[in-house]
Design a binder for this molecule. Structure first.
Ligand code: 2RA
Length: 336
């Protein structure tokens, strides 16, 4: 199958290429796409060199699927053009996520709702994805009333320039442009994406709104504080969950132990718990510090970690593409 990766030179784009290769996605032709200044450059995929092409050339090549990770503005402008040409777009930006005509998909939860008519499919925000893969099986069993989440997010979520800022601060290199309003090394910023009129950041409201949409339940109350920390391996989340119904801790272990894409790392005696360093480069979502909130009934505390460039972006997008192929939901004419 011909597959285009739009934004192939970015942090997420490069990770998409790695994930397609590692998961042995049936690619017959890779079409790497990027902005004008990268056209003509090369990317490596499965040991072969591919030349980056323009958006126009990518549409003309008619891939079956285009995985976009090129920012909201580019997606708003170009995803409809790809879709009109019969190409199914899996979009990693926030542009289409809350559009009621578009599906917001975490394959473990709601890929079954996809049809051949879905030509632009939204990939959720990284910090939302890793939270909902853990919340969803618990919601099904106990009913979630309210979630209080605080995040500890990797600079890789901002992009390459942020990683450069972190290492430049560490080495004292003052020539590198700053993407954050304050130093990030040896610091913590309670500020991800822009501030909104309600005092929350856009990242915080993504966690609230996207959770309801993906889990198909507007009654789940979510309040978030999203925080940037000087780490690169993944996002971490302290999550407090109040259920409608009482639970047994042993059942929680059983449910999460069977949850698709979730790995329990919870052995405090041996100092085993999820960390960005150990989640880095992995496709799964890791959960630990599983314990009852002793301050009120029917409430649980969890610590959730995932590589935000993997399950939070590239892996989730490739899993959506895999689902489309497996269920024959892309245009037959493009299959080779
Ligand atoms: C971040 N959520 O970590 C963003 C990336 N999508 O900033």
């Amino acid at each position: 199958m011909k597959i285009a990766v739009v934004g192939a030179t970015g942090l997420v784009g490069s990770e998409i290429l790695k994930v397609l290769e590692e998961r042995n996605f049936p690619v017959t032709e890779l079409i790497p796409v990027a902005s004008e200044r990268s056209v003509g450059k090369q990317v490596t995929f499965k040991g072969k060199q591919y030349t980056i092409v323009s958006f126009e050339d990518a549409i003309a090549a008619k891939p079956a699927i285009a995985i976009f990770s090129a920012g909201g503005g580019t997606s708003l402008e170009l995803a409809p053009k790809f879709a009109e040409a019969g190409i199914t777009v899996v979009d990693n930006s926030s542009a289409w996520r809350m559009d009621p005509t578009k599906k917001l998909v975490v394959p473990e939860i709601n890929a079954y709702t996809l049809t051949k008519e879905d030509k632009i499919i939204a990939n959720p925000n990284c910090s939302t994805i890793q939270m909902v893969v853990v919340l969803n099986p618990l919601h099904k069993r106990y009913g979630i009333k309210r979630v209080v989440v605080s995040t500890y997010q990797s600079v890789t979520g901002t992009g390459k320039a942020a990683v450069d800022q972190l290492f430049a601060e560490r080495t004292g290199d003052t020539s590198v442009a700053k993407v954050y309003p304050h130093p990030i090394d040896l610091n913590v910023l309670p500020h991800i994406d822009v501030f909104l009129d309600n005092g929350y950041t856009k990242e915080e409201m993504k966690m609230t709104n996207e959770t309801k949409k993906i889990m198909m339940d507007d009654n789940i109350a979510v309040t978030a504080t999203t925080v940037r920390i000087p780490t690169i391996g993944g996002h971490s989340e302290a999550v407090n969950i109040e259920f409608e119904n009482e639970f047994e801790l042993s059942e929680i272990y059983e449910i999460l132990g069977q949850a698709e894409g979730v790995v329990i790392q919870d052995d405090p005696k041996n100092k085993i718990y999820p960390m960005p360093l150990t989640a880095h480069g992995k496709d799964e979502t890791f959960v630990g510090r599983i314990r009852r909130d002793e301050s009120q009934p029917k409430t649980l505390n969890l610590w959730i970690v995932a590589d935000n460039l993997r399950k939070g972006a590239a892996t989730n997008a490739v899993q959506i593409a895999e689902y489309l192929v497996k269920h024959n939901l892309v245009e037959e004419a493009e299959l080779v």
